[in-house]
Every structure is written in C-alpha cells, then in structure tokens.
Design a protein around this ligand. Structure first.
Ligand code: ATP
Ligand code: MG
Ligand code: FE
Length: 387
C-alpha cells in the first residue's frame, strides 16, 4: 500500500510516499529554520504563510522523487493535530482536497503517534508484498515503552500493541525540546536549540579530551538541579531552565551561596582550560536533562517489563541521550531503537507510516475532519498486566 503523507503542524512542510508503513519512496521536507532563526523561535503567522507558499511544490516533488503518479497512490494522509492551527490547516486542507480530487481514501494523523511510528521507518528496499501488516522482521517489538521527547511534549508511554497507548508520565511544565530551545536562547546559541546545545557540548568535550582530561569534567562543570519527582514518571525542566538563566546572568541568589563558590571555581576552570563558559554550560545542561530522561525511562522499562524501548520526537536525535539510554538498558537486555535523525524531527514519512497501520484496520476520516491544535495521544487506562 502506497500512502502519500503530508505534515504541516509547525514550521516544517513535508510530503512523503511510504510503502506499507515502513519503506520510503520519497521524503521531502522544506524547513523554515532560516526564517524563524531571525526571531529566535517560530512565529505562527509567518509559519502558516510559508506553509501555504511551499506545500504544493513539496507534494509535487515527493511524487516526482518517488517515481509515482497519482494512479499509484492508495491513500492520502495529513496531520490534523497537535500543532499550530494555521499551519495545520494548510496541510490538512491540501490533503483532503487531493483525496477528493483523486478519489482516494483520506486519513487524518495524530502528529505524536506519527513520531512514535518513525521507529518503523527503514531505508531498505521494500519487499513485493508485506504478509502481515502488524509485524515485519526488524520492527519494534511489543510491549514497548516509548519516550516521546519533542518540541512541545515529553511523555513516557506504554504501548502494548499497535494503536494502544497508556500514559505513565508527562512533563509538568516545559517539554524537553522546549528546554533545549529556551536554554540555547539564554546562551545565545540560536534556534533550534537542540542541535546547537549538542554541538557546543561536543566542542567542550573534544577540547578537554584533547587536553587529556576526562569528559566528566565538561558534563559536570556546573552543578545543576535534577527534578526526580520520585514515585512518578513525570518530568519537570523549568527548575533546570531557571538555574541556567541565573548562571548565564551571573545572578545567583544569596541562598545558593554554597554553590556560588562552585560556579566561580568552574568559571575559573573554564578560563584555565581556555574554554568558553557557554560550552561548559551547554554540556552541563545536556547532562542534567539526559540524566533524568534516561534514568526514569529505564525505571519504567523495568517496572513494566517491556521488550523494547523506543525514542520519538526531535530530542530523540540527541547523541548523548541515545548513548546514555543504551548504557542504561543494555545490562538489562532491553533493546533500544531510535529513528534515523531525519525522521526524529518533523517529517511527512512518519505521517504516511503511521497512517498505514490505521488504514489496515479499515479506519478512514471524512472530509469534514477539522484541525485539533491541542490533540493528545488517544490514551486508555491500564486494564491488565503485560508482564
Ligand atoms: P511536537 O512534536 O511536540 O508537536 P515539534 O514538532 O515542534 O513539537 P519536533 O520537531 O519533534 O518538535 O522536535 C523539535 C525539537 O527537537 C526542538 O525543540 C529541537 O531543539 C529538538 N532537537 C532537535 N535536534 C536535537 C538534538 N540533537 N538534541 C536535542 N534536541 C534536539
Ligand atoms: Mg520544527
Ligand atoms: Fe513534532
């Protein structure tokens, strides 16, 4: 089954053709990073205008690169939420219109579910026919635990089978990606913040390594708070963000006097090693964020005895998070999967991929489907033990 997927929930315009939920024929993404970088973040009105300007060429390119004509396509899918209303409206309207014009089934896709299904995408050549839509050799194995860490969401989700989601924990304030973006802004590293922080942290580590010093020195240069919220699988990143703000401004409150000496010492340490404070700050922040994400994910994976952990969303692209989780899970013989980097951040391949698994269950949407900017995963309560 060939699905044309369309993604327009935020500042990326994407169209892709995916066979049987896994095999890529084409994946086109037009990013607005350059434009929003000027404002230090996404400007909704600008984003939707850009969506409108790029969507048709992007869809045409996806067909062309996939070597397809409309006659080859079996269904059209588009994101209907969550995201920015104006941006969502563009992709959803184009998707519904194309389905109507080409007389094809239409399916609206939940963007968060699509982030999870990015784990099913692969780059190998498609077999003639997929015998069982539910499982192909190499697919993630249920029951699985998914750490969704994107620009607007941070959730630990138990997935016992296709389309079944149980919420174990979520952020109480900022999302992980949002924290990376805000901290990057505080440090003057630009937008989007995730890749910039990762790069700055890598620079700090490379520098220390060259001097024959341990990486730990960079990662623990600043003592930063970690919100463990014990007894829950919830996250909180606002304290960490505030600590970064105080550090960056050098405005440390007097009740943190004990830490002041620590910061000063580290400031000196940075100067000693010829490192800009910013790289050390970035490395310490990344370590603090990754620490909590990885440990809580490992604890949940143990409690629910899952066969597999998968990462989803833009922050899943983070090399430090990937490596740290591997370290946490491999002694427990729990497999870890994460999508290739280009499928972690917003793309339409994951939309077409997720749609396939719904279409196989005979699900369709009417053309009256509207955008749902605040959409969440369709969570259900726990019914039984999957151990
Ligand atoms: P949502 O999916 O929750 O609606 P979104 O679509 O805006 O939000 P994504 O596209 O999934 O979010 O991810 C973007 C986020 O991922 C940004 O916050 C960005 O900083 C972060 N990110 C991207 N690459 C990295 C990286 N290497 N390390 C850390 N964060 C990263
Ligand atoms: Mg984006
Ligand atoms: Fe996203």
């Amino acid at each position: 089954m060939l699905v044309l997927g369309i993604e327009s929930s935020c500042d990326e315009t994407g169209a892709a053709i995916v066979k049987d939920g896994r095999y890529l024929l084409s994946n086109v993404v037009a990013s607005q990073i350059e434009i929003h970088n000027r404002y230090g973040g996404v400007v909704p009105e600008v984003a939707s205008r850009q969506q409108l300007a790029t969507i048709i060429p992007v869809v045409e390119t996806a067909l062309e690169q996939g070597g397809c004509t409309w006659a080859d396509i079996d269904a059209v899918a588009a994101t209907y939420g969550p995201g920015l209303a104006g941006s969502l409206l563009v992709g959803l309207t184009v998707g519904k219109t194309l389905a109507l014009a080409c007389n094809l089934p239409f399916l609206g896709v939940n963007h968060l579910e699509a982030h999870i299904y990015a784990n099913w995408l692969r780059k190998d050549v498609a077999p003639q026919k997929v015998e069982d839509w539910r499982y192909q050799e190499g697919d993630p194995v249920f029951p699985l635990l998914c750490l969704v860490v994107s620009g607007a969401h941070s959730e630990l989700v138990l997935v016992p089978e296709h389309g079944h989601y149980e919420l174990l924990g979520r952020t109480r304030d900022d999302a992980a990606g949002e924290a990376f973006d805000k901290v990057a802004r505080i440090l003057g590293l630009g937008y989007p913040g995730g890749p910039a922080i990762q790069q700055a942290a890598q620079d700090a580590e490379a520098e220390l390594q060259q001097q024959g010093k341990p990486l730990k020195l960079a990662r623990n240069a600043y003592r930063l708070p970690r919100a463990w919220l014990r007894g829950t699988y919830d996250f909180s990143f606002s304290g960490l963000k505030t600590a970064m703000l105080h550090l960056a401004e050098g405005a440390v409150e007097s009740q943190h006097r004990k830490q002041v000496s620590q910061y000063t010492r580290m400031g000196e340490l940075a100067a000693q090693h010829g490192l800009p404070n910013v790289s050390l700050l970035a490395a310490s922040f990344q370590e603090a964020a990754v620490d909590v994400l990885a440990v809580k994910t490992r604890l949940a994976a143990q409690e629910y005895q899952v066969k597999q952990v998968v990462l989803a969303g833009g922050v899943a692209a983070n090399a430090s998070l990937r490596a740290r989780l591997e370290q946490e899970l491999s002694p427990l013989h729990i497999r870890l999967n994460y999508p290739p980097i280009e499928f972690c951040t917003d793309n339409a391949a994951m939309i077409a991929g997720a749609a396939f698994f719904h279409l196989c269950r005979d699900e369709r949407h009417g053309l009256d489907l509207d955008v749902q900017p605040g959409l969440s995963l369709p969570f259900v309560k726990r019914e039984k033990s999957y151990a």
